[in-house]
Each structure stands twice: as C-alpha cells, then as structure tokens.
Design a binder for this molecule. Structure first.
Ligand code: FAD
Length: 403
C-alpha cells in the first residue's frame, strides 16, 4: 500500500511529555513518526509544571509512589527507564538543575529547557509535528488480512494513516491549556475499560461554617501529617479561601473519595497532653490558646481551641479529662471536605485506561494490536514530586521501543 505523505509508521496523538518521549525513541529507531496535537504550543503542561521550573523527575521513583487499581503495572516500565536515564538526557543538553528536596529535581532556569530538549531530540530523530490541529475521528481499517490493519486519523489538516497509533493525550486537568477526554473516548470506542476519573493532586474545599470549617486562616501553612484512607503524608498543609491546599493536602487527594474524612495531626512527634498538663501542674494561668501558640501558629491555636474547647478559659480551669480529649483531637483531627477544587486546578487526573487492558511492557492494548496508551491517560497516578513526569517518560519510552 502506498499512502504517500499521509502514511506514517507511528502516529502519536498528544505532544506532551509522554508523546514526545515515545516519538523520539521511535524516530531514533528509524521509524517515520507524526505527533498530532490540537494545542498551538507543544508541551504546554511541562511549561506550567513545578511552578514554571518543571520538577522533571524524582531520584527515588519506584512503584510505591504510584496509585493504580493494579499497583504492579508500572513496575516494568519504571525499571527499564529510570530517573538517571532522564537525568543523562538533561546533562547531555547542558540544562542546569538542582535537587530541591526529597529527590525532586527541578530546572535552575525554566521548564522551557525541558520542552526544548524534547523538541530537539524529536527533530533530530526526524519526528514531524502537527500542532494546532483538531482531531475529528479515529478509526481502524482492515486491508485484506488482519495483519494489514491500520488506523486512520482524520483531522482538520488531512487524513493520516499508520499501523501504530499511540494515544498520549493526558488527563482532564487544566482544560484551558488543552486537556480533553479524547484518550478515554478512544479507549471506550475500541472497547477498552476505563477506571473512573477524578481530579487529584488537588486542593480540598471545606464548608464555610461548622466544625469542619477553617475560615479566617487563609495563607497559613503548617507542618503536620494528614491521612486519607489510612495513607499518611507529612509535609505542609496550607489553609486557603476555599479550604486546604499545600503539598500534604494535595498528596492526600490522591486517595480521597467524596464523603471520606481526612485525619490531621497538628503536632506530629509532640506529646501535647504531657506538655500542656505539666504547665497546668505548674499553675500556669494563661489561656489554653495562648499556650498552644507556643507550639503552632497563634491563629491556628485560637481556631482549634474555639472548635474543640467548651469555653475560652485559663488552662488551670480545664479539667484533666477535657484536656486529654482536646489533646487527642489535636493529634487526630477529623476534617470532612465538601469536595476538591476540580480539574481547573488539579495537577493530575486519577484513574484512566484500565491497566488490565494493556501490556505493562509495551503499553499496547491486549485487544487491539497496534493501539498504545502512554502517560497520564493510563490509570497510573504518581505522588507530587516529579513522579508523574517519570511515568510519562518511562511509559512513553516503553512504547517507543516497539512501535
Ligand atoms: C500545574 C501543574 C503542575 C505540574 N507539575 C508537575 C511537576 O512539577 N512534576 C511532575 O512530575 N508532574 C507535574 N504535573 C503533572 C504532569 O504535568 C503530567 O502528569 C504530565 O504532563 C502528563 O504527561 P502526558 O504527556 O501524559 O500528558 P500531557 O502533558 O497532558 O499532554 C497531553 C497532550 O495531548 C494534547 N491533547 C489533549 N487532548 C487532545 C485532543 N482532543 N486533540 C489533540 N491533542 C490533544 C494536549 O494538548 C497535550 O499537549 C503538573 C501538572 C500541572 C497541571
């Protein structure tokens, strides 16, 4: 069959991190590759990542930092394309970077460096880009025998065909820079199951009033532990106008389902009862909230006392039992959010193409040979801290070796 210029060995839908990694690998293997994206700017999400500096990997990345219905699925790809492999690429392009904390690597300059790296590698491998190009339909055609099956992608700029179609269209987060549900739609069209999606690495919204409201604390950050479904994170939480944000809250959102409680320890590693009780025994006449302000920010101390003590009283007037109950609460404070902020702010989308449908080695569909899914569109979601890009690189790399 001669399709002339519209025929490609590989067509990749989506020019984000996963799509470009897959494209450069396939291109380096001599394949004729086309990446189609409807956004004007390739790699838009990379540009806004990590506060503009792109936390491009995490040195400690392993399957333990990913959430999926099948926690084993990501192991193969992660073990074959490691953080050090991406770091070598970054070094090759002489991009200055630093470790911020906990193995998180960021660009010293801007995230544009990472987009330039990926584009350059793709261009050198002969990968063609078609940006600002709406995709109208994707279908599968058969020519005589099943082995001559190919995919047809109709776009506003023409029709393209290929025996290998890689779907790298990401999740639903941040629609204003081009996120759509196209990947899930294609999966369903071809009969592949998807795990329900939800905004994740997202802030929580809290009620405006009542025991789960923290109004008036906006802007305050505190080091604490927060747990959701018994999975605990220790980092800062940030009180916002809407509710809760900050790294620990974002991490907790990965596991949270509507109606769930969050449990916060405002004084990790401190025995607050022993500390307050010894001041009581010394006859300290200060108000409980003022004493607590020695351990946590005073605005928070005041709010917690308001919510959990019967009255504003000096410590010595609070009974031992009341004090014990109050202190237990400080270490095990229940918050029931009304929801999360949503896809306009969430860093990622949890859920996606069910991993049972895909080969963990190649990302190819088990049902539809030639159809691949890479990156965030798959039901593999990483913690905050460079893990999601590492998954984009590793899954894109895995498919790029075989398409
Ligand atoms: C604000 C923010 C900060 C982040 N910071 C970090 C970080 O520092 N470190 C980290 O590891 N992760 C971070 N993430 C997560 C990370 O950006 C993603 O997990 C990662 O980019 C996913 O890569 P991907 O290639 O699978 O999808 P994407 O990067 O989302 O790429 C998908 C591409 O598909 C295109 N596309 C979508 N729909 C269509 C369609 N209908 N037609 C044609 N093209 C389409 C899009 O335009 C896009 O270019 C951040 C996310 C956000 C939102």
């Amino acid at each position: 069959m001669d399709y002339g210029k519209d025929y490609f060995d590989v067509i990749i839908l989506g020019g984000g991190g996963a799509g470009m990694m897959c494209g450069m690998q396939a291109g380096q293997r001599g394949r004729k590759v086309l990446i189609i994206d409807h956004s004007k700017k390739i790699g838009g999400k990379i540009l806004i990542s990590g506060g503009g500096r792109c936390n491009f990997t995490n040195l400690g990345a392993s399957a333990a930092q990913y959430v999926s219905q099948n926690p084993h699925f990501c192991k193969s790809a992660l073990s074959r394309y490691k953080p050090e492999d991406f770091v070598s690429l970054v070094r090759k392009h002489k991009i200055p970077f630093h470790e911020k904390k906990l193995g998180q690597l960021f660009c010293d300059r801007t995230a544009q460096d990472i987009v330039n790296l990926l584009k350059k590698e793709c261009e050198e491998a002969g990968v063609q880009f078609l940006s600002d190009c709406e995709i109208s339909t994707v279908s599968q055609k058969q020519q005589n025998t099943p082995s001559q099956t190919f995919f047809e992608v109709k776009t506003i700029r023409g029709t393209f065909v290929s025996p290998h179609l890689v779907v790298a269209t990401g999740g639903l987060s941040i629609p204003k820079i081009g996120a759509t549900g196209l990947g899930y739609q294609i999966a369903r069209q071809f009969g592949l199951a998807c795990v329900g999606t939800a905004p994740a690495l997202d802030g929580f919204t809290l009620p405006e009033q009542g025991p789960h409201s923290f109004q008036g604390l906006s802007g305050l950050a505190v080091d604490c532990t927060i747990s959701s479904r018994k999975i605990k994170f220790r980092e800062n939480i940030l009180f916002t106008h809407a509710g809760l944000s900050g790294p620990a809250a974002l991490q907790a959102s990965l596991h949270w389902e509507k109606g769930d409680s969050l449990w916060v320890d405002f004084l990790p590693e401190k025995d607050s009862y022993a500390w307050l009780e010894s001041r009581k025994r010394e006859g300290n006449r200060a108000l409980a909230k003022n004493l607590l302000s020695e351990l946590i920010p005073s605005r928070l101390a005041q709010k917690l006392c308001e919510l959990a003590l019967p009255a504003e009283e000096p410590l010595i007037r609070i009974s031992d039992q009341e004090l014990r109950t109050f202190c237990e609460k400080l270490h095990h404070w229940e918050i029931i959010p009304t929801g999360t902020v949503g896809y306009n702010k969430a860093e990622v989308t949890r859920g996606g193409v069910n991993t049972d449908e895909l080969s963990s080695k190649t990302m190819e569909s088990k049902k539809i040979p030639g159809l691949y899914f890479v990156g965030e569109v798959i039901d593999v979601t990483g913690w905050l801290g460079g893990y999601n890009f590492q998954w984009a690189w590793a899954s894109g790399w895995a498919a790029g070796q075989v398409v």
